[in-house]
Write a protein that binds this ligand. Structure first.
Ligand SMILES: NC(=O)c1ccc[n+]([C@@H]2O[C@H](COP(=O)([O-])OP(=O)(O)OC[C@H]3O[C@@H](n4cnc5c(N)ncnc54)[C@H](OP(=O)(O)O)[C@@H]3O)[C@@H](O)[C@H]2O)c1
Length: 248
């Protein structure tokens, strides 16, 4: 691989201001891409990241803000496509993660489905014509729990299962012009807020991972770069989980 395999390309990363999204933005940018950092609440982090990257290469990072709970994302996509008059890579990374137990909370259920499954679908459809012109790629961030449901997180698991199936479905529908793949992370960064774990829960989780540690955000970013450049790979769900799927 050349040092800058993505030179001349433009990538949109949703939820790109912090955590795994920011690592993906940095990796794609280091590979030569111009990056469009989408954010919702993390304005300060997004501005700081864009400044850092634009200092490295002028006019190489651009910001777009949108709430993915909106059911019409066409204005967001117009802003994205205006930046470089097109798009090569769409990374659907933004996500909601919280338990829903077995309670029917319509707002909580709709929000998980909207942000984790419907927004990526709408963005893929809105970007389709632009991605086709550049033989582009879509990369979705799913989860090992799309395959192996997480207790108390049934709706989250269902939303990621929908995104997993969406990946395979769109790979078939959008071929041969657009490749569509996904990464299924295991435990990478501990969840925050409503989903935060106790130290005992973290210990118990680590013992279930054959590689006996958390992954790093950079491990996910490296997998994104691989899928962005793997021109004969489509419809694949790539686990990056330290072997967690091998254990019951
Ligand atoms: N962390 C892990 O160990 C792990 C494990 C398995 C799978 N994954 C998957 O990997 C991806 C990245 O994980 P992460 O832990 O870094 O994600 P995260 O911190 O939970 O969320 C990423 C971003 O999603 C954005 N987002 C949430 N709701 C939004 C909304 N309504 N509108 C617009 N943006 C919204 C937020 O952007 P703002 O901050 O700008 O609002 C947030 O920073 C996710 O798809 C996640 O499901 C992660």
């Amino acid at each position: 691989m050349t040092e800058f395999p993505l030179a001349g390309q433009t990538a949109l990363v949703t939820g790109g201001a912090r955590r795994i999204g920011a690592a993906i933005v940095r990796r794609l940018h280091a590979a030569g891409a111009k990056v469009i950092i989408h954010y919702h609440q993390s304005h300060r982090e997004a501005v700081a990241l864009a400044l850092e990257l634009n200092q490295q290469r002028a006019d190489s990072a651009f910001l777009v803000s949108a709430n993915l709970l909106q059911t019409d994302l066409s204005v967001m996509m117009q802003q994205v496509l205006a930046y470089d008059k097109g798009l090569d890579i769409l990374v659907n990374n933004a996500s909601l993660f919280y338990p829903t137990y077995l309670e029917w909370d319509v707002g909580a259920v709709q929000a998980l489905m909207q942000v984790n499954a419907f927004a990526p679908y709408q963005l893929a459809l809105l970007a389709k014509a632009a991605l086709e012109k550049r033989q582009g790629a879509i990369i979705n961030l799913v989860d090992i729990h799309a395959e192996k449901p997480l207790r108390d997180y049934s709706v989250y698991s269902q939303s990621k299962a929908a995104l997993r199936q969406q990946t395979m479905s769109l790979a078939k529908e959008l071929a041969p012009q657009i490749r569509v793949n996904a990464i299924a992370p295991g435990a990478i960064l501990w969840p925050e807020d409503k989903a935060a774990l106790t130290e005992a829960q973290k210990e118990a989780l680590l013992t279930m991972i054959p590689l006996q540690r958390l992954g790093r955000a950079e491990d996910i970013a490296q997998a994104v770069l691989y899928l962005a450049t793997a021109v004969y790979v489509t419809g694949v769900i790539l686990p990056v989980e330290g072997g967690r799927l091998l254990v019951k």
